[in-house]
Design a protein around this ligand. Sequence first.
Ligand SMILES: Nc1ncnc2c1ncn2[C@@H]1O[C@H](COP(=O)(O)OP(=O)(O)O)[C@@H](O)[C@H]1O
Ligand code: SF4
Ligand SMILES: [Mg+2]
Length: 372
Amino acid sequence: MAEVMNETKTTPETAGDDIIVVKDLKKYFPTATNFFGKALGYVKAVDGVSFTIKRGTTMGLVGESGCGKSTTGRTLLRLQDKTSGEVLFNGVDIFSLSKEELRKMRPRIQIVFQDPFSSLSPRLPIGEIIGEAVREHGIVPPEEYDDYISRIMKACGLQEYHKDRYPHEFSGGQRQRICIARALALNPEFIVCDEPVSALDVSIQAQIINLLRELQQEFGLTYLFISHDLSVVEHISDTVGVMYLGNMVEYAETDELFANPLHPYTKALFSAIPIPDPDAQMNRIILEGSIPSPANPPSGCKFHTRCSECMEMCKHCQPEYREINPGHFAACHLYNTPEMNAKFEAEAAKVAEDKKKAVSEGKQVEAVEKAK
Ligand SMILES: Nc1ncnc2c1ncn2[C@@H]1O[C@H](COP(=O)(O)OP(=O)(O)O)[C@@H](O)[C@H]1O
Ligand code: SF4
Ligand SMILES: [Mg+2]
């Protein structure tokens, strides 16, 4: 299978180290439109996200539900249009491709979803589910088809006799293996795994994560692994990005992020992870309240309404996303340089002054109205 699978792959020499480059990607959904179809407001699901993924590695993407992880994954695969920004796959801008060029590229960029049951057609046997797109895209010659599907199934821990069975005859873990086999059969280079183990029992989660790791090693796959749970991404990710309300708030290599989290949101996510040792001492930071609506996000740092370290400037000025330590990025005013602090303090003071003025002008108008 390895020979077949390598045939259509771009070699690292021709495409460089970064298989995925995302630059300032934005995806806004209109909340309501007027009579003429013009948007009146937007949910800024992804609001200027940038990152790269090295060939053969896994980037974990974490954050609470609703912070824009799935939208990032779906938009970078061009399963939906972008609002702005750029996504390069092997150096090629995915959004510059014609429909036909995109159709040809599809097998190389795949997605595995959280809910394996609803993404499998209940009326097709497993062999057909895994093989349907293999035939459509001519991944292998017709005479090799049967053998190829058997080998893919075996690589994913499924038996050949499963081919004639239907999705409802399988457990949740096996159904996720079927979804992975369906993606793998298309000979992909890059797979977005969107919460692939979140619906599974904890004991089964480890099996699926191990399978993904084995397949990565065997076939040189690259993953974007999305999860709301930091502890799940630890064992599979080389790098981790943390998202909050459409923004990347922290990014680092996994070891560095786990040893030295910088952003208060990341620290709060860590303290939500259960600790196996009941005697272990930990200063738990509790994330209060739910995530605000991305249709009406807080001003300044979007996390300021829930942050225990919030300062005055956080309420008015958006922090810069920048490299704090080598390879370790974060967007938080706690890590400003003295020059940045001076700039943001002045900005915050001006915003506060303007607000005060607006309030007092409003009061004066009110007083004049009352006097009339
Ligand atoms: N098709 C859509 N239309 C309108 N809003 C959407 C759509 N898809 C996602 N959203 C909104 O975008 C935000 C981010 O959603 P999502 O990317 O699914 O977050 P996550 O995967 O982190 O839970 C949410 O507020 C969600 O309601
Ligand atoms: S910028 Fe301020 S509010 Fe935002 S995470 Fe940092 S300290 Fe908290
Ligand atoms: Mg999601």
